[in-house]
Ligand binder design. Structure first.
Ligand code: CA
Length: 218
């Protein structure tokens, strides 16, 4: 597995990296959010190990940004904070698990295996919604027994909304997911994708929350 380790304390990161490398994993270790951000934009990782207190910011903001960009790589938080609120905050923002420091190296290894197994199960998941069956693994939608053809961008919008269940997703988050970094976003382009999705999947499927964003109708 390719593992992204974001941790500024060498005394914690080095033994963890050695332990995982001894298990034949590839570990890329960064000590700042800035470096980690460029790494995750360019490469696919199987799992991310994320410290929360980093020299250039809070790991939770990295976590939110990654999920807003529609990157579903499992993320395990490494934290010295044992406050329940921090753990809940992390899980709410899309972390898959957390380990409290000081951690046992074998425990981290076990958690990695668990979240990766869970994420593989999810990737083969099928969602039933109204008169539709949505296959997340092969990006297909069957509505009332008929195949519905979606463009890549329409699919991305649908998938982001599905993964957030009926929570409101800000317009900016959807745009970040749909458009590649640096790609120019025309105004109203997102609205156009949403309007076509409504046409294909049902006109009241996606709810517009004026000034806030969009959600799937509950
Ligand atoms: Ca730290």
């Amino acid at each position: 597995m390719r593992i992204l380790l974001i941790e500024d304390e060498g005394a914690l990161a080095r033994p963890l990296r050695e332990h995982l490398e001894a298990d034949h994993h590839i570990v890329e270790w960064f000590t700042t959010l800035d470096e980690a951000n460029s790494a995750i934009r360019t490469l696919e990782y199987d799992v991310v190990l994320l410290d929360l207190q980093l020299p250039d910011g809070d790991g939770l903001s990295f976590l939110s940004a990654v999920r807003d960009r529609h990157i579903s790589t499992p993320i395990i938080i490494l934290t010295a904070r044992d406050k329940v609120s921090d753990r809940i905050d992390g899980l709410n923002r899309g972390a898959d698990d957390y380990v409290i420091k000081p951690f046992d190296l074998d425990e981290v290894k076990a958690r990695i295996q668990t979240v990766c197994r869970r994420s593989m199960d999810q990737s083969t998941q099928t969602v039933e919604l109204r008169d539709m069956v949505i296959h997340l693994s092969d990006h297909s939608v069957i509505r009332a027994g008929q195949d519905v053809r979606l463009t890549v961008k329409e699919w991305t919008v649908l998938e982001v909304l599905l993964r957030r269940k009926s929570k409101i997703v800000p317009k900016e988050s959807l745009e970040a997911a749909v458009y590649a970094y640096g790609e120019e976003v025309e105004s109203n382009a997102l609205e156009a994708h949403i309007s076509r999705l409504r046409g294909k999947l049902g006109k009241d499927l996606i709810v517009t929350h004026r000034g806030m964003g969009y959600s799937l109708s509950p």
